[in-house]
Each structure stands twice: as C-alpha cells, then as structure tokens.
Design a protein around this ligand. Structure first.
Ligand code: G1P
Length: 298
C-alpha cells in the first residue's frame, strides 16, 4: 500500500511568548520579524513548498493579529491601489489566503495546557492521513525541513517522524530526546522519546526540533494523555505511547535551525540573513569591524 500523503500542517501558535516580553505584549511572537519577514511567514512558505493542502492554526483569542496577518485584507489592498502602490497590493495578495479559503483554518486553544493539547485542538479540522506539525519559532533555513521530512516519510513509512539534531549533553533538558535503536544514514529508528530529561536520564543526545509528521492515531493517543513534564499535556508523551504500535523515526534534517523563541537565536537568525541581504550586508560588516575594534558598546 502506498504511504498516505501528508496533506495538513498544524501550527501551534497560542503560546504567550513570555520570553519576549514586552515585545510580545500586543504583538504575537510569531509575527516578530527576522529582518523584514515575520516568523509565521517562513513556516507557511515551508509548508506550501512541501505541498501541504491545509494549514490549521491553533491560536489564542488574544492573538487575532496572526489571523489578520495571514488572511487577505481587501481594504488595505484597495487603499494601496488608490495611492498608486498596485505592485505592493499584488504582493500582499500573493502572500495571504483569500477569505473563505478551505486551505486555512483558525481554531482556538483557550487554556495553555501544553503542546500536545494544542495539537489535539486541531483534530476536527485536519484532512485524512498523517499530519505535519510546525513550530514557527524554530526557524529552519536551507532546504525546507518539512519537505525533506515528507520525502523521507514516503520512503521509510515510520508512522511518526520527528526532525532531530545532536545537542551537547547539558542541553538535553531543553528538548524532547529520542531513544534511538538503529541508525540508517540520516534516519534514526527509535522506540521512544522523553520530554526534557536531565543529562543523566537522557536516552541519547538526539534532540527533537519543531517539525513532526505524525500518524493520524496521534489524536487518540493525545485524547488519553495525562499531564507530563511541567504539568502539561506533552506531544512527546503521546508520540512515545504510539512508538511501538505505529513506529517512530528521527530525521537528521539538512538545514540550519535557529531557536527564535530565544533572544540569542533570534539575533543569530537575523545576522545570518543579514549577510545575504544587500541592504544589510554593509551594516553587518561595519558592526563586525566595530566589535573587533572594541568600539561597539561606546
Ligand atoms: C517543544 C517540545 C520539545 C521540542 C521543542 C523543540 O518544547 O515539547 O519536545 O524539543 O519544542 O523546539 P518547547 O521549546 O516548546 O518547550
């Protein structure tokens, strides 16, 4: 039987973004830009490039700006046109979803009960088959990570697949960690996953980053899931619960990942992209020269 296609991507975007306060008091963290492009944009582009047909955003009532950003704004376009900015109006339309499109669904997670609970909130809106989950604050540049996973999933049919990268032992407590049983090139077969273990308890140093392809049975497992680490319904625990039944694998993705949920990661991503941006390149060189000369903080 051919592997069923991955048609839906779930974007959990209900989090309050406390690490970026006060910037995130009124602006959702997913709308914070790296140079001039909001994080959510990179995530949507990645899903579209992977052939995803439906995007389900699990948001929060206080974050309606995400919906306004993602959906077409005919009034704004008309205003731009009347000011002779037709090209900009066309670009905005290109980058947004038309009103009433069944390519996009917004649903609410009213209470912060965890990533697993957020994914469960999408259940009634997904298309049949396995689903992708994309965490927009994990920015992955280079080859589209979810596209790479869709290809690997098709070849390896693992049931659940997670994107992984190796981390130093002292960082296992920041990630879901895979219990690896066998390495087949870039695919790591696994029999479980542990959420944020202490280094002494970690089954490996293969950390899960914010890209998943999950067998549709994840929703039944999530519905049965009791709170885990941090008192939250953990996606990691529901994945581990299904590992024996449907299979689990990690994919060592090829792109470069930036933790844009942290100031350091956001800065790294900005500097990385600045080096490629004609408007920013010279500024970057100027700042590096100043830093080298020790005059930056003056
Ligand atoms: C979440 C997941 C964790 C994963 C991480 C990747 O944690 O629970 O398993 O490794 O994303 O960024 P969070 O960073 O939301 O605490």
């Amino acid at each position: 039987m051919p592997t069923p296609a991955v048609r839906t991507a779930i974007f959990p975007v209900a989090g309050l973004g406390t690490r970026f306060l006060p910037a995130t008091k009124a602006t959702p963290k997913e709308l914070l830009p790296v140079i001039d492009t909001p994080l959510i944009h990179y995530a949507i582009d990645e899903a579209q490039a992977a052939g995803i047909e439906r995007m389900v955003f699990v948001s929060h009532p206080s974050k309606s700006a995400i919906e306004r950003h993602v959906m077409d704004d005919a009034r704004l376009r008309a205003e731009l046109r009347s000011r002779g900015k037709a090209e900009l109006a066309d670009e905005l339309r290109e980058a947004s979803f038309p009103e009433g499109s069944d390519e996009v669904v917004f649903t609410m997670q009213d209470q912060p009960l965890g990533l697993g609970h957020a994914v469960l909130c999408a259940r009634d809106h997904v298309l049949p088959g396995p689903v992708a989950v994309i965490l927009p604050d994990d920015l992955i540049l280079g080859q589209g990570c979810i596209g790479e996973m869709v290809d690997a999933y098709r070849r390896n049919t693992p049931g659940h697949m997670v994107a992984t990268m190796q981390v130093p032992a002292e960082e296992t407590r920041k990630y879901g960690i895979l219990s690896v049983t066998k390495t087949e090139g870039r695919v790591l077969r696994a029999d479980g996953m542990v959420e944020k273990p202490e280094p002494s308890e970690a089954p490996s140093r293969e950390a899960v980053v914010g890209r998943y392809i999950l067998d549709a049975s994840i929703f039944d497992d999530l519905a049965k899931q009791t709170p885990g680490a941090g008192g939250e319904i953990q996606l990691t625990d529901a994945i581990a619960r299904g590992a024996d039944r449907v299979g689990l694998a990690g994919l060592r993705f090829s792109g470069q990942r930036f933790d844009c949920g942290s100031k350091a990661g956001m800065l790294r991503a900005t500097l990385h992209l600045a080096a490629d941006d004609p408007e920013c390149e010279a500024v970057l060189e100027e700042m590096i020269a100043a830093a080298t000369a020790g005059t930056l903080a003056a």
